[in-house]
Design a protein around this ligand. Structure first.
Ligand code: SF4
Length: 797
């Protein structure tokens, strides 16, 4: 039966003290194993060349170094890696588990955890909202809990916290490699871990101990100098970096921080920086091991990991030659001087639109952004550390001492990252400080950050009014938070959010402007102060929110056949060995098309485990280049097929029903955003055979490959994309090169014919490229990666 026992023993050896069942916390990493593997790689294919930290961790996790014949080339070579652990959130875990159920495995091969955080809707406040989520999502929670018990997974129930905060508190360990089914998994880079956001299908690889493939990334060095000024925060580092690099600047790269400024940062501050590295498209971000990481490990009851890591200075940082001459070893270097870094405000609608605080008032006037702040939100996985909350609370205390509350018409919401953080915040008076100025404390869950924000009664949402919100979150695509496309959402530090909450204005600069106190007197806030870690240690929180660690291999996993939210998967059909022919262009997407646009979250989250129902939202956020950028509207190519013009999922479903294959033409960085594989599964389910883009976001391109969709990029993106921008419903596409597809010949040519009234009126040959490795071609041929895994085990998916 499928290599299972041998493979699991390999997985177990990655930890010095391994456990066979679900784990509450990471065991001490097996640094001897990592350094042995690294030394072997260095001595052979790497020819003893100096390495960055990111390269060291990657090469220490090569599945089989002897299988490599030459040094990896960034952007070309696929590395086959053995991750140490997996973490999944409740929305993405559903599909991952449904897939894992088809693999035939009895237990996950590496420690795995599931975190129920995305399905709790923010409405009345913490406990009530968690209780409501049990009413609305009980079948999902029971499904995930039963699967956790069956496969030996640690299960964190709703209310226990947000995946990335819980991973940082419990599972992150320096120098290890983790996969997480969420794009902000890189948060754990703040604890020196290479933590990479993937789709559920990749997580299934790791859970089955199948080597996980990653194209060797570039390493982008960010050199930090100086130290933060009193109003500065780690968030400002990543806000500024996003402004410099844009949402595409980190694509294909790991961002590695170095320089003397690193030592001035807290572990949780570094986690914030790594978390939002997802917004520059980076594969992940990582910091070298520092004393602040050791302090954090000690404070979170993992002193043995700190003790082991303390002895691994050579492994847990870049080689000395890299530190001496970074220009020689990093593919690119960006310099950031912390001392001169201003607080940043990024937005609206994109996380890379950076405005330094001092220019914000001018920008508000010039861009006609709504100055009135209708809601101010702090917390989330990005910014809910003790340091963040205690610094923000110091500002709240100043205001409440003067009889102030948040501005009229401004909601102030706090999302703690975990039960441990919430309980510590309550014990240390931080919660009181927030509540004294009018805060509502939400559940330890994602809430408004993922659009789970019941704000429907608020007039700005009800009437779709233009308004501004300010948050310490990480992502701000249009309509993400409250579903209102007119809500302008700005990302900033928790300290700046407090300023916005108290003033109610976007243009307010807490460093320079004055507030009016309860007696009508003007005053200026003093710079925030706070503690890196709680002086009295972290409070444990309520026992009911500790993880369930209960391995029951005989457990039945409940999926009701009538369920609207869970559906067993059926395997996708394998490729028929022929060129694609008579393929129709469903839509030519114009501009930004994130995974939120391809597979919306918000109210659709409840269908994450039901592919058929979820596919009704496919591409509903996409703008059609052929119809003046109209969103979710396309023409039907087939005469007599209903609807002649309609929503993208309606027309896609009509094609599926009529057996007409279709493709998507996409703009630059298609699929940026989250790791959700639904954005690849849904088009596949509806009959998509290809996505042809000017460029792809890395995770989404891999997800398409995993689901058996052929991703191609235009060889001439600035010319050929426009062939498809006019009346694409008239185009009929066939391929040349798919039949002979292999990893050595990347070219696939599209024969594009414009057919009007049955006559071909023009035709084009459009050269495209694929980036598939030999293994990925195996997925494509099998119909999906899962089909291939199942066939290797002698079962059918
Ligand atoms: Fe949750 Fe938002 Fe963090 Fe994603 S980014 S895990 S939605 S809090």
């Amino acid at each position: 039966m499928f290599r299972q026992h041998a493979l699991r023993s390999v997985a177990a050896r990655r930890y010095a003290t391994a456990s066979s069942g679900p784990q509450a916390r990471a065991a001490v990493p097996n640094y001897d194993l990592f350094t042995q593997r690294l030394d072997k790689a260095r001595a052979t294919v790497l020819e003893n060349r100096p390495l960055t930290l990111a390269q060291k961790i990657l090469y220490a996790h090569l599945h089989d170094v002897t299988a490599m014949t030459r040094a990896p080339v960034a952007g070309e070579t696929y590395l086959k890696l053995s991750p140490d652990c997996v973490a999944m959130q409740d929305a993405s875990a559903q599909m991952a588990i449904l897939q894992f159920m088809l693999s035939g495995m009895k237990q996950t091969a590496v420690p795995t955890s599931i975190h129920c955080d995305h399905l709790v809707e923010a409405y009345e406040g913490a406990d009530k909202d968690v209780a409501r989520s049990w009413q609305t999502s009980r079948e999902i929670y029971e499904f995930l809990q039963a699967a956790s018990q069956k496969y030996g997974i640690a299960f964190w129930k709703p209310g226990s916290g947000i995946i990335h905060q819980l991973v940082l508190e419990n599972y992150a360990a320096p120098g290890t490699l983790m996969l997480g089914t969420d794009s902000h998994t890189p948060n754990a880079g703040g604890l020196g871990m290479l933590a990479i956001g993937v789709g559920g299908a990749d997580a299934v690889d790791a859970m089955a101990d199948i080597p996980w493939e990653l194209k060797a990334p570039r390493v982008l060095g960010v050199r930090l100098s100086g130290s933060l000024h009193p109003w500065g925060s780690p968030k400002d580092v990543i806000l500024a970096l996003a402004g410099k690099l844009t949402v595409r600047g980190g694509t294909g790269s790991i961002v590695e921080y170095f320089g003397e400024g690193v030592s001035s940062l807290s572990c949780t501050g570094m986690a914030t920086i790594c978390n939002m590295g997802a917004e520059v498209g980076a594969t992940t971000s990582v910091f070298p091991y520092t004393p602040s990481m050791a302090r954090y490990l000690g404070a979170t009851q993992r002193a043995p990991i700190a003790n082991a890591a303390d002895k691994q200075a050579a492994y847990l940082s870049a080689d000395a030659q890299v530190a001496e001459s970074p220009e020689k070893y990093y593919d690119e270097i960006v310099d950031i001087d912390l001392s001169s870094l201003e607080p940043g405000y990024n937005g609206p609608f994109t996380p890379d639109l950076y405005t330094p605080r001092s220019l914000m008032a001018d920008a508000v006037a010039r861009e006609q952004w709504s100055d009135k702040v209708s809601a101010a939100l702090i917390g989330s996985c990005t910014n809910s550390s003790y340091q963040d909350l205690s610094r923000a609370a110091s500002l709240a205390r100043q205001a409440s001492a003067r009889g102030m509350k948040v501005a009229e018409g401004t909601e102030f919401l706090v999302s703690p990252g975990s039960e441990q953080i919430r309980a510590t915040m309550e014990r240390d008076g931080i919660q009181d400080a927030f509540e004294s100025i009018g805060a509502k404390i939400l559940a330890n869950a994602c809430g408004p950050c993922i659009g789970q924000w019941n704000r429907d009664e608020n007039p700005v949402v009800k009437n779709q009014e233009t308004n501004s919100i300010v948050s310490s979150f990480n992502r701000n695509f249009r309509a993400r938070n409250d579903g209102n496309p007119q809500t302008m959402n700005f990302l900033t530090s928790p300290e700046m959010v407090l300023g916005a909450a108290l003033s109610g204005r976007l243009s307010f600069d807490p460093r320079a402007d004055t507030l009016t106190d309860g007696e009508g007197k003007e005053f200026r806030l003093q710079p925030p102060t706070g503690d890196e870690l709680p002086k009295d240690g972290y409070a444990e929180g309520r026992a009911e929110y500790r993880p369930l660690l209960d391995h029951q291999p005989a457990m039945e996993i409940p999926i009701a056949p009538t369920s609207a939210r869970l559906q067993s998967l059926e395997a996708f059909a394998p490729w028929n060995g022929q060129e694609f022919a008579a393929t129709r262009v469903l839509v030519t997407v114009q501009g930004k098309c994130t995974t939120d646009h391809i597979s919306a979250a918000g109210k659709w989250l409840k269908y994450k485990g039901h592919l058929e129902n979820l596919s009704r939202n496919t591409l509903i956020g996409a703008a059609n280049a052929a119809m003046d950028g109209r969103v979710n509207l396309v023409r039907n190519a087939i005469p007599g097929l209903h609807p002649a013009e309609g929503s993208i999922p309606d027309v896609a479903l009509a094609y599926k029903t009529a057996g007409v294959p279709w493709l998507v033409i996409a703009d630059y960085n298609y699929g940026e955003g989250s790791a959700r594989e639904h954005a690849a599964m849904q088009p596949r389910f509806l009959g998509c055979n290809m996505v042809v883009a000017r460029s792809f976001a890395r995770i989404h391109e891999t997800n398409l490959k995993k689901q058996g969709v052929l991703p191609l990029v235009f060889a001439r993106p600035d010319e050929d994309y426009f062939i498809f921008a006019k009346d694409p419903h008239e185009l009929v596409v066939s391929t040349q090169g798919v039949k002979d597809i292999n990893e050595h010949s990347p070219v696939v040519t599209l024969l594009v014919e414009r057919v009007r009234d049955g006559n071909t009126v023009e035709s084009h040959l459009v050269e495209c490229r694929h980036t598939m490795s030999a293994d990925q071609i195996g997925w494509f041929k099998a119909g999906s990666a899962l089909n291939l895994i199942a066939s290797q085990q002698g079962t059918t998916a």
